[in-house]
Design a protein around this ligand. Structure first.
Ligand SMILES: Nc1ncnc2c1ncn2[C@@H]1O[C@H](COP(=O)(O)OP(=O)(O)OP(=O)(O)O)[C@@H](O)[C@H]1O
Ligand SMILES: [Mg+2]
Length: 321
């Protein structure tokens, strides 16, 4: 389960409530059929990995991983067994004698994860564990965490503000905003059927385009409507907000990947920027009413700044909010 949302939306607070580092004012927290609200963090069967891994600099990797087990009075033989097993899973058996100062950022984060694994928790809690790593290492460690999760099979709650991490790691995503749950579901369900404009705009890169206008026709069951605005006229499109009537204002949402160059297409813009990434081309444009929007293409279309371009779009993948 991944909690995702912008900074300050309450992801860490929710995780800290589950961990027992904050006190609940109402509601229940249940782990494996057991109410845990009155239990201290150490009795909840959880292990938490933070963004700052806070290793003990004067201790070896082995002793950093063994530390909490030592405190619990676990036998020496059992500690060695668990630390070695965790080191094997994390492929750092050869690093057990090193001090943290002699490790890379990614290796340090693996020690922090190892410290959680040796405790054999029912639930792993990760709070932005990759944000101190550079882009390449972040990707590698993300893949490792995904594999680790499959290997251990333990319930894992993972907090991030990065929608790519959320999409790739989650079985289920919870999108949060200002302390409220916006939507819960499988990554592709949220991507394809966002329940509101916030979720639609948050998931996906480049972001979904939004055009202002009015509804011209609304189906009797309030699930489809036609839209006019920003020089665009559409056929029937999925209507997300209910209880709407013709004439109500609305926003048309179209992902940059769901548009195609088409001289007869209804969306017209003037190009302000062309970004060629090699794997795809992202074109930024302005409509005649100065609404910015983007077009993303896996090809390298022959477009340059100042040109006008027209686009058709896939009406089955568009949304009205
Ligand atoms: N101890 C506290 N007392 C009062 N308000 C707090 C406390 N801790 C956090 N907050 C506020 O609660 C809100 C949620 O904070 P939280 O740390 O959960 O956000 P977040 O989603 O983890 O953000 P980020 O991505 O920046 O880590 C913020 O507005 C924050 O200022
Ligand atoms: Mg946080």
């Amino acid at each position: 389960m991944v909690f995702v949302g912008p900074s300050g939306c309450g992801k860490s607070t929710l995780l800290r409530l589950i961990a027992g580092l904050e006190t609940l004012t109402s509601g229940e927290i249940v782990i494996a059929d057991r109410q845990v609200m009155d239990l201290p963090p150490s009795k909840r069967g959880i292990a938490m990995v933070f963004q700052s891994y806070a290793l003990y600099p004067h201790m070896s990797v082995f002793h950093n991983m063994a530390f909490s087990l030592n405190l619990q009075g676990v036998s020496k033989a059992e500690i060695t067994k668990r630390v070695e097993a965790a080191a094997k899973i994390l492929q750092m058996e050869h690093l057990l004698d090193r001090r943290p100062a002699a490790l890379s950022g990614g290796q340090r984060q693996r020690v922090a994860i190892g410290r959680a694994i040796v405790r054999n928790p029912d639930v792993f809690l990760f709070d932005e564990p990759l944000s101190n790593l550079d882009a390449a290492l972040r990707h590698d460690t993300r893949v490792e965490i995904a594999k680790l999760h499959r290997q251990l099979g333990a319930t894992t709650i993972y907090v991030t503000h990065d929608q790519v991490e959320a999409m790739t790691l989650a079985d289920k995503i919870v999108v949060l905003k200002d302390g409220e749950v916006m939507q819960v579901g499988a990554p592709m369900d949220l991507f394809n059927m966002p329940a509101n404009e916030f979720v639609a705009g948050f998931l996906g890169s480049p972001k979904m385009n939004f055009f202002d206008g009015v509804l011209t026709d609304v189906s009797a069951d309030n699930t489809k409507a036609k839209f006019t605005g920003d020089g665009i006229k559409t056929k029937n499109i999925r209507l997300v907000s209910t209880e709407k009537s013709p004439g109500d204002s609305a926003r048309l949402g179209i992902r940059p990947q769901h548009m195609q160059l088409d001289p007869k297409g209804p969306i017209k813009g003037t190009i302000t920027l062309v970004e060629r990434l090699g794997t795809e081309t992202i074109v930024e444009l302005l409509t005649s009413e100065n609404t910015p929007f983007r077009f993303a293409s896996p090809d390298a279309p022959d477009l340059k700044v100042g040109d006008e371009a027209c686009f058709a779009f896939d009406a089955t993948k568009a949304h009205l909010f």
